[in-house]
Design a protein around this ligand. Sequence first.
Ligand SMILES: [Zn+2]
Length: 134
Amino acid sequence: MEITAEQQQELIRQAKDAYIKAYAPYSHYPVGAATLWSSGKIFAGCNVENASYGLTVCAERNSIFQAVSQGERRLKAVAIAVPAEHFPSPCGACRQVLREFAEDCLVILVNGQGKTRLTRLKTLLPDSFGPEFL
Ligand SMILES: [Zn+2]
């Protein structure tokens, strides 16, 4: 399932908008994520940290959980944006949660200069475990 150039630009725009709302008083590392689903809808999320640290939730999972809560099940693409110079990279936990809703999908990484790097979930999480194993 590939996506259009317009969908890609909209994902990037929403991921960048999302990091502005990040709650990251501890890491000072705001992250925004936007996910595109088979319905065509996009859901955005930011990281939400917690004083206990361990209860922090990443932007990617916030976006995914919002979408799934609205009935979405088939993930088509994700954009992850940060204001930092280095490109973002989804953590291991988020890679596995992405994998729950897509065997593979486009992953768009956006840095603070607005540069984009395209990769695939299969590249980030090879030989993965998924729901079809159960
Ligand atoms: Zn994560």
